[in-house]
Write a protein that binds this ligand. Structure first.
Ligand SMILES: [Zn+2]
Length: 448
């Protein structure tokens, strides 16, 4: 085996978390931990050997590793050895907060994790000789089971809805195209970092020729600081109906081909933010954004018109204080930090959106202000703008061409009118000139 395997002792300790277990529980836990400890050691070494022997796979591993910004390189080596197709890996409790549940019989992956626990210690006072029970904190690196997103299914949210990305009902696995499988945006480690890690894992076996391998690999397609694209996870504050503030996770994806960004606020709903297309050609442009409440309806949806006009809520429309939002709002992105930030908030109404209670309106504006701020601070805002402009270019071109056609017709009409006026003016000018010439002739004749 590679390195030392730290496993729980054969005899159940009387301190730490083992103390609270029955003998059977402890035996089962010990066996699981031993498997885990062997796995974390074996998979790191196995992957390190494999990459050292096949250096062309190092760049493949770098892209893989970039997806898991919350793990260190050692754990990334372990994951690569266990599931090279994994995209999002987390513990079961993390997945629950994400609105997903690890399925029964799921295949676990092993990583090392920091465990913080409490244990009671006996401390003897040297002067008095009295012993005292003292509770002490301890930290240990222990093997932990984690799961790839493919091993999870959505759990119902407050409205009983399932997956917030593909709308698969709770309890059913998402289809392969669901965006929940999209990895998170993350930084690509350098070849040097990976090789040094491999060296460290294999140091008892002679390490790896770092310089030689680097020279063998040739030019690097990725520069320092390059990232893999993907979802980003953000946090925002949400005011609940009882006035209490809580934190909500936000999955940010996009831009899509229209230059829009999707914000899925967990347990609330979906918001789309884009540049306001009506602000085209005006000086408001660039700061005026459109906030859509909920996802686009399916292309053939018979309620499409009603959803776009706020008479019906869109799929995954935000639910705030029990009120479902509909339609869309327009906001000024430059005012996202102002306490007076404004965006229209409505619920499904009879002819367009209807009013929502003041409390809901206030809570919704707080959420939108934070999302608009996230939008405004995107490093790729130029790309977002370019995608928006590209999407709107065909109909804007058609509008301008239509306008030009109208102007051409007007120009022709006015050209003809101009010519007519000029001809008439010329005729009158000629008439006056002829009259003046006759008069001059008469005067000349009289003078002789
Ligand atoms: Zn899904």
């Amino acid at each position: 085996m590679y390195g030392t395997v730290k496993t729980p002792p054969a005899i159940k300790p009387t301190t730490g978390r083992a103390a609270a277990m029955t003998d059977d529980e402890y035996a089962a836990w010990r066996e699981e931990q031993t498997t885990g400890a062997l796995s974390v050691l074996g998979y790191a070494a196995g992957t390190a050997f494999h990459l050292a022997a096949n250096p062309h796979l190092i760049d493949v591993f770098r892209l893989y590793a970039a997806q898991f910004s919350h793990y260190n390189l050692r754990n990334k080596l372990r994951l690569f050895g266990q599931d090279p197709r994994a995209t999002r890996v987390q513990g079961d409790k993390w997945w629950l907060r994400e609105g997903r549940q690890v399925v029964e019989g799921a295949a676990p992956l092993w990583v090392d994790a920091l465990y913080t626990g409490k244990r009671t210690k006996e401390v003897t006072d040297k002067r008095t000789g009295e012993t005292e029970q003292v509770e002490a904190q301890y930290r240990a690196v222990v093997p932990q089971q984690v799961y790839d997103i493919t091993q999870t299914v959505p759990v119902p949210d407050t409205k009983g809805r399932g997956c917030m990305v593909c709308t698969t009902p709770a309890g059913e696995p998402c289809p392969p195209y669901c965006g929940i499988y999209l990895s998170e945006r993350g930084r690509i480690p350098s070849r040097m970092q990976v090789l040094l890690e491999i060296f460290d894992v294999l140091k008892e076996y002679g390490g790896v020729d770092v310089e030689g391998t680097l020279a063998q690999l040739g030019p690097d397609a990725y520069e320092e600081g390059d990232q893999v694209d993907g979802t980003t996870l953000e946090l925002i504050k949400v005011t609940m109906s009882n006035g209490r503030k809580t934190t909500r996770r936000v999955h940010v994806t996009g831009p899509d081909d229209k230059g829009r960004i999707r914000y899925a606020v967990l347990k609330v709903g979906v918001f789309w933010i884009s540049l306001d297309e009506l602000a085209y050609d005006q000086n408001r442009r660039g700061t005026s954004v459109r906030v859509q409440y909920g996802d686009d309806p399916e292309p053939g949806d018979e309620h499409r018109w009603a959803m776009n006009h706020g008479e019906k809520a869109r799929p995954y429309a935000p639910v705030i204080n029990g009120v479902t939002l509909a339609g869309y709002g327009v906001a000024n992105a430059d005012e996202a930090d102002d306490p007076g930030f404004w965006v229209s908030v409505g619920r499904p109404g009879r002819y367009g959106t209807g009013r929502v209670p003041d409390k809901t309106e206030k809570a919704a504006r707080q959420i939108v202000a934070q999302l608009v701020k996230l939008w405004r601070e995107r490093p790729d805002l130029d790309k977002v703008r370019a995608a928006h402009d590209r999407f709107h270019a065909p109909h804007r071109l058609a509008n301008h061409e239509h306008e030009a056609e109208k102007m051409r017709a007007l120009a022709e009409e006015y050209g003809a009118k101009l010519l007519d006026a000029q001809e008439k003016a010329a005729a009158q000018r000629a008439l006056l000139a002829a009259e003046k010439a006759a008069e001059d002739d008469e005067n000349a004749a009289a003078a002789v």
